[in-house]
Design a binder for this molecule. Structure first.
Ligand SMILES: [Zn+2]
Ligand SMILES: [Zn+2]
Length: 258
């Protein structure tokens, strides 16, 4: 079994054929999917999808791009929302300095509020970090000093230093189709180096279609392509990567039924 630990099934790209997307994922051996929240204020649409399929779960959180729009959402509000049985994680929240969406201050406030909610609930936080290694590493260290929490740096594209720091703080690292791109040698070197019990696979679909599907709409079934390259990179079989990443997933996303 493989797990797609990060997809966006509520995006309009999937509206026409969601049943087909989910059946194709099942047929490809994807046992669980987590559809990730980008706006707390649009949770209802996302939750409706998670409620419709047994093997689909969701998170609750504000993507850094929407940090200004949802500035001020408190840890308590996030904690209350996580009472729903299908909400298994916080996020995605974090820092994105690549795009000019969301002021860095609002992003940092949102990031810390989500960390507080993760700490209080014991649920994992899905962290989005792009072009923000230094600030992300600093916030992770400061917040860990206040009390530990569980998290994954999803769709990892940052440097080696931040990844190793995150791992030393107990965090996980998620890999997408970017791992399969020709130019991603450094990322593959990092993926080969990380401890086996800290790696996850994901699609971040509809974006970032891997390998032979590049340029097309991505979907959860294609997480197999990410897993294949991760297996090759680490010199293990696809079966072994499937087993290991799924075991890691159920350990981190412990509210999801195994
Ligand atoms: Zn993201
Ligand atoms: Zn995402």
């Amino acid at each position: 079994m493989l797990v797609d630990s990060h997809c966006h099934l509520d995006f309009p790209d999937f509206a026409e054929d969601l049943d087909g997307i989910v059946s194709r994922a099942r047929a490809a051996g994807i046992g669980r999917m987590v559809t990730i929240s980008t706006r707390v204020r649009r949770l209802q649409n996302l939750l409706a999808i998670a409620e419709r399929y047994d093997d689909v779960y969701c998170s609750v959180g504000t993507h850094p791009h929407n940090a200004d729009e949802e500035d001020g959402i408190s840890p308590d509000e996030l904690i209350a929302l996580t009472q729903h049985p299908k909400i298994v994680a916080l996020g995605e929240a974090g820092l994105d300095y690549f795009y000019d969406n969301g002021s860095p201050e609002a992003q940092a406030r949102g990031f810390r509020a989500h960390i507080a909610a993760a700490r209080a609930t014991g649920l994992p936080l899905v962290i989005h970090t792009r072009e923000a290694d230094e600030d992300c590493g600093r916030i992770l260290e400061e917040e860990t000093a206040k009390g530990s929490f569980r998290a994954v740096l999803h769709c990892y594209t940052g440097g080696r230093e931040l990844a190793l720091k995150a791992v030393s703080l107990g965090l996980y690292i998620g890999f997408t189709g970017i791992l399969t791109f020709k130019k991603s040698e450094e990322l593959r070197a990092l993926a080969a180096e990380l401890p086996a019990d800290r790696i996850l696979v994901e699609t971040d679909s509809p974006y970032l279609a891997p390998g032979k599907f590049r340029g097309k709409r991505n979907e959860p079934a294609y997480v197999v392509e990410v897993a294949k390259v991760l297996a090759e990179t680490r010199g293990v079989s696809l079966d072994e990567i499937s087993r290991q990443t799924s075991e890691n997933f159920f350990r981190l996303f412990s509210k999801v039924k195994a």
